[in-house]
Write a protein that binds this ligand. Structure first.
Ligand code: NAD
Ligand code: UGA
Length: 458
């Protein structure tokens, strides 16, 4: 079969894999190849045991893999043989040198640019899918167009807005597709080529265009705004606990204002995930670079509140359990940074587990999808740690259960039975406000929600 467009994606991660699977599914006329430097990841994409858990992903892969979707480690051939190249490599926070702990580490991104330059034998459209600091496209253009050999590269910015756990439905019905391009004739032509791909399933009015820098910045700002809402409601949750107000009631009342809206107002142990903190810190770094210290301080406070909320959770546990956790068995329900994913990157659970171990508690970790990652995250951490998949078995003999991920399965367990198997007095710390607190209290638990008065038998 001859394909109308040949598409490559460099980086077979949480974004590259699902995004390309959706393009392959919706555009049967396109041949889509995903490459990665990590051979184990590619082998997993080519197996029945996919490298990431995402509801609906296995079906999508089964429908497309081997038909018009291919996973490979041959980056050189991939670059040579394809005319449209998405770059979806990781852009973590820098851990060394200038900007350590704040700026984006662009080494993977730049390596990719140089590989594209080295292996290209014809002109290409190169699309930033990774989240990047503003003006990265300029660096990309400078690297790619440094040779005078008649090969032209048009760089577009097309940030990804999917959320893990809902990636497939987000990709299928996105709120918008943003494409940033140069306003030159070839820039506009490249943009139209990408629009045509998305227009196969996304309504045209949802495909929006902008200049490249606005597009790059919009991605950082979208994540900063989302994270800011969580820090805002989490800050209010601390006040609710003091003032005997209920944060869920406050969020409902506030969110019914159509100018504010109800989503992303769930108080929690804080946001996790590989992107929110990284992208805000990146934004803060950019602002400081441009001398905008007040703007930088404003956004940095979103991250401060997030750290404060996690530490507050530990302090509440300590206070409730008579100021000592040493030798007590604490069961953590959920380790993933949110429900419906096995991803634990920057999960608040990592911080909470480590802090509990510092207090010399014995920690039992339970999660339906994230135990493998949890084991890797806690490897080498000193103290007593056990990993048990079944939440009921995990809670047995524990002094407390702390809910760290809002998995649905925790809502409907037999709490009467669980209570009887636990050490008394038994404590429940609901870091996600997912349980029926009154019912658990009536069973005998001492219940500590987030942002609501505790229900205790003392
Ligand atoms: P990831 O770590 O899961 O995947 C990145 C992949 O790139 C890895 O498999 C890595 O081996 C590969 N890679 C690195 N350098 C390479 C190279 N030179 N050649 C080939 N492969 C290379 O990361 P991710 O979560 O998919 O995120 C990718 C980008 O997308 C980041 O910039 C992130 O901020 C952004 N993003 C992520 C999400 C999300 O939900 N995870 C959502 C939107 C945007
Ligand atoms: C987030 C954004 O929602 C995506 O649009 C973006 O593409 C992505 O980051 C990215 O750039 O990586 P993601 O991190 O996968 O997606 O998941 P979210 O649903 O945003 O949740 C992030 C964190 O916030 C989780 O720890 C979640 O539990 C927490 N959260 C979310 C709350 O504590 N309260 C809420 O009301 C919502």
């Amino acid at each position: 079969m001859t394909f109308q467009k040949r598409i490559l994606c460099i980086g077979a991660g949480y974004v590259g894999g699902p995004t390309m699977a959706m393009i392959a599914h919706k555009c049967p006329d396109c041949r889509v190849t995903v490459v990665d430097i990590n051979p184990e990841r590619i082998a997993a994409w080519n197996s029945d045991d996919l490298p990431i858990y995402e509801p609906g992903l296995d079906k999508l892969i089964a429908a497309t893999r081997g038909r018009n979707l291919f996973f490979s480690t041959d980056i050189e051939a991939g670059i040579r043989d394809n005319e449209i190249i998405f770059v979806s490599v990781n852009t973590p926070t820098k851990t060394f040198g200038l900007g350590a702990g704040m700026a984006a580490d662009l080494q993977y991104w730049e390596k990719t640019a140089r590989q594209i330059l080295e292996f290209s034998e014809s002109s290409k459209i190169v699309i930033e899918k990774s989240t990047l600091p503003v003006k990265t496209a300029l660096a990309m253009e400078r690297i790619l167009n440094c040779r005078e050999n008649g090969i032209r590269f048009d760089v577009l910015s097309n940030p990804e807005f999917l959320a893990e756990g809902t990636a497939i439905s987000d990709l299928e019905s996105p709120d918008r597709i943003l494409i940033g391009s140069r306003e030159t004739p070839s820039g506009l032509k490249a943009r139209e080529t990408l629009v045509e791909i998305y227009a196969e399933w996304v309504p045209r009015e949802k495909i929006i265009a902008s200049n490249i820098w606005s597009s790059e910045l919009s991605k950082l700002v979208a994540n900063a705004f989302l994270a800011q809402r969580i820090s805002s409601i989490n800050a209010i949750s601390a006040l609710c606990e003091k003032a005997e107000a209920d944060v869920t009631e406050v969020a409902r009342a506030v969110g019914m204002d159509t100018r504010i809206g109800p989503r992303f107002l769930n108080a929690s142990i804080g946001f996790g995930g590989s992107c929110f903190a990284k992208d805000i810190l990146n934004l803060v770094y950019l602002c400081r670079h441009y001398g905008l210290d007040e703007v930088a301080d404003y956004w940095e406070s979103v991250v401060h509140i997030n750290r404060y909320q996690q530490e507050r959770f530990i302090r509440n546990m300590l206070g409730a359990m008579f100021n000592t956790l040493a030798g007590k068995k604490i069961c953590l329900w959920g380790f993933a940074f949110k429900a419906n994913t096995g991803d634990t990157r920057e999960s608040p659970a990592i911080f909470i587990a480590r802090r509990l171990l510092e207090e010399r508690a014995e920690v039992v970790v339970s999660d339906p999808k994230a135990l493998k990652n949890a084991r890797a995250d806690l490897a080498g951490t000193e103290g007593s740690i056990a990993f048990i998949g079944d939440p009921v078995r995990a809670a047995k003999g524990c002094h407390a259960v702390a809910i760290l991920t809002e998995w649905d399965l925790y809502r409907n367990l037999d709490f009467g039975k669980i209570f009887k198997t636990m050490a008394q007095p038994a404590f429940l710390f609901d870091g996600r406000n997912v349980l029926d607190h009154r019912r658990c209290f009536d069973i005998g638990f001492n219940v500590y929600p987030i942002g609501k008065p505790p229900l205790t038998h003392f």
